[in-house]
Design a protein around this ligand. Structure first.
Ligand code: 5AD
Ligand code: SF4
Length: 441
């Protein structure tokens, strides 16, 4: 590799795990002299960090690769790499289908990216989709200065739940938890570099069971230990499974002020029949009881969920059960998806519901969820909330931050800067964000 500075363009698809992984890939390549660019036209290397969770996301990668062809023709030395879950699931297939791809790196092997890039520069087409035994994060370079007040930190990867629709157990592998000491060390380093909010990441993050000095720790204990770090003001975690909401984690929501009052806890459906067919191993009633316990610990918590519309075998009654569950809970945020069969998953071979029925149900779920989101947002008006400021807003003098409840908040005031955590009185609720003024100011 020459010493001239090289440019790397990364496009990230899908979940927050991928956002984090893209950052770590950028850091690994940064150690080899690559700087990031937003413009693929000026890049020496383009990496697509892909998502395989729904068919649309996976197919988009192939169309985006096609769109990179003119860049490669204009600059034959441009190297194109595919990373993430599509790479993991379809590594050699990508190489076969897309001759313009120079390297394929699965989600467990980012530490190998620099040497794979060198191999690609020599004209090889390396593919690595193995699941290595080591903790991949230990093999990556130390995190450079971020300059951002909010950071992700992966504590757990993979999933053993095998929901009938989901590829994650196949693309991300079995559940592994990083040891407590490594997580604490990484968190302290992030805080030393100015980070004030850490979001703990894992496909099944509340199933965390990492080695501590005195045996296995669950997520509740990890959160309480992280909360002792001076300068770390906010802790969040995502994504969780209802069956792994341990008592001490629920209790931490009541006892630990640094643990933010927002919880993404996907339920997928409100019908027991569908939940059973999905292999979720909980009922709608179990979920509702769990929500009651969480709200007893932290009454103001804002709840979020994922829903799938049109799962194979879903009847109108099942769909109405889902609507009823959404109405019973009252979500502050939720995501809904039309079921899409994923190759290799148990549900893929089952007969689906007609597309127009699934579309109509999805539409109905989304309309209800949007109303609930809007109501939750509007209910913030007149309240005082914490806001961690992140970046300047579009208007002069305006800053944007995230509230305790994860709403975007705009404030125009003197003295704001990235990393400032302030109390804000909410005065208005717009389509996608809140507006307010510094409390007492
Ligand atoms: N079809 C539709 N939605 C899916 N999800 C996962 N797999 C599928 C699929 N095959 C959704 C689930 C999950 C979220 C990340 O994506 O709701 O919680
Ligand atoms: Fe997929 Fe279910 Fe695991 Fe979530 S819990 S990653 S939906 S298998």
């Amino acid at each position: 590799m020459s010493d001239a500075p090289k440019k790397l363009h990364i496009k990230t698809y899908g979940c927050q795990m991928n956002v984090y992984d893209s950052e770590r890939m950028a850091e690994a390549m940064g150690a080899k002299g690559y700087t990031l660019t937003d413009d693929p036209a000026e890049a020496d290397m383009v990496l697509l960090n892909t998502c395989h969770i729904r068919e649309k996301a996976a197919e988009k990668v192939y169309s985006d690769l096609g769109r990179l062809r003119p860049f490669k023709e204009a600059k034959p030395d441009l190297k194109i790499g595919v990373a993430g879950c599509v790479a993991q699931a379809e590594g050699t297939e990508i190489m076969r289908r897309m001759p313009l791809v120079d390297l394929v790196v699965g989600s467990q092997n980012y530490h190998r990216l620099p040497e794979m890039a060198e191999a690609a520069a020599r004209g090889e087409r390396p593919v690595d989709t193995e699941f290595p035994a080591e903790d991949k994060f230990d093999l990556l370079p130390e995190r450079p200065v971020q300059g951002r007040p909010s950071a992700f930190l992966t504590v757990q990867e993979g999933c053993d739940k095998f929901c009938a629709f989901c590829v994650v157990p196949y693309t991300r592998g079995a559940e592994i938890s990083r040891p407590v000491s490594r997580i604490l060390a990484e968190a302290r380093k992030l805080v030393d570099k100015g980070v004030r909010e850490i979001t703990l990441l894992g496909q099944n993050v509340n199933g965390y069971h990492g080695a501590g000095e005195d045996g296995d720790w669950g997520l509740g204990r990890l959160v309480r230990e992280l909360a002792r770090i001076d300068g770390l003001e906010r802790i969040r975690y995502t994504t969780s499974h209802p069956n792994d909401m341990a008592d001490d984690l629920i209790a931490a929501h009541g006892a630990e002020p640094k643990l933010m009052p927002y919880l993404h806890l996907p339920v997928q459906s409100g019908s027991d029949r569908v939940l059973k067919a999905m292999n979720r191993k909980h009922t709608a009633e179990d979920y509702l009881r769990l929500i009651e316990r969480i709200r007893a610990a932290r009454p103001d918590i804002l709840l979020s969920s994922d829903f799938i519309a049109g799962f194979p075998g879903e009847t109108d009654q099942d769909h109405r059960d889902t609507i009823a569950l959404i109405e019973a809970v009252g979500f502050g945020m939720a995501y809904s998806f039309k079921y899409s069969p994923r190759p290799g998953t148990p549900a893929a071979g089952r007969e689906g519901v007609p597309a127009e029925v699934a579309d109509a149900r999805l539409h109905e779920l989304q309309a209800l969820i949007t109303r609930q989101q809007r109501a939750a947002q509007d209910s913030m008006v007149g309240r005082e909330v914490g806001v961690l400021f992140e970046k300047p807003g579009r208007l002069p003098g305006q800053w944007v931050g995230k509230s305790d409840y994860l709403h975007a908040v705009h404030v125009a005031a003197e003295g704001l800067a990235p990393g400032v955590l302030a109390r804000v009185r909410i005065t208005e609720s717009g389509p996608n964000s809140l507006g307010g003024a510094l409390a007492g100011g």
